[in-house]
Write a new protein. Structure first.
Length: 133
């Protein structure tokens, strides 16, 4: 079943991966490397990364326990965009950078899409975790 990126659809997708008693803090739609799509959610225990197909069909999930996170930071736009694209990207998206204690780094781009205020999700994640990058 394809779940479009609406709050209801994202919550429904995340619900199937939550453990008993686990609750969402925030959730949003994100892309990674421009070609991979996810719902990225924060719970009280972990960062939940729900893999999506191009048409928002759930393909599985991975998670990073909060205690394994070494740092998170945000950037208005995408800091690795070409200089002439940085201003445009800063108006429509916010990037979340995640580093784990084993040295792995991930960058998720939260764009403003389909009426969702996705740009606030990485801010909420960073402010909730309070872990410097």
């Amino acid at each position: 079943m394809a779940l479009k990126p609406t709050m209801e659809g994202m919550n429904e997708a995340a619900a199937q991966f939550l453990e008993p008693g686990e609750e969402l803090v925030t959730i949003g739609w994100a892309s990674e490397k421009g070609t991979k799509f996810y719902y990225v959610a924060l719970t009280g225990k972990r960062l939940l990364i729900i893999k999506l197909s191009t048409f928002y069909k759930v393909k599985g999930a991975e998670s990073i326990p909060i205690e394994e996170l070494e740092g998170v930071s945000i950037y208005e736009g995408f800091k690795y965009a070409l200089p002439d694209a940085q201003l445009i990207s800063s108006m429509v998206e916010t990037s979340l950078y995640v580093k784990t204690k084993d040295g792995k780094k991930r960058a998720f781009r939260f764009a403003r899409i389909l009426g969702l205020d996705n740009k606030q999700v990485p801010v909420d994640i960073m402010e909730t975790l309070k872990i410097g990058a």
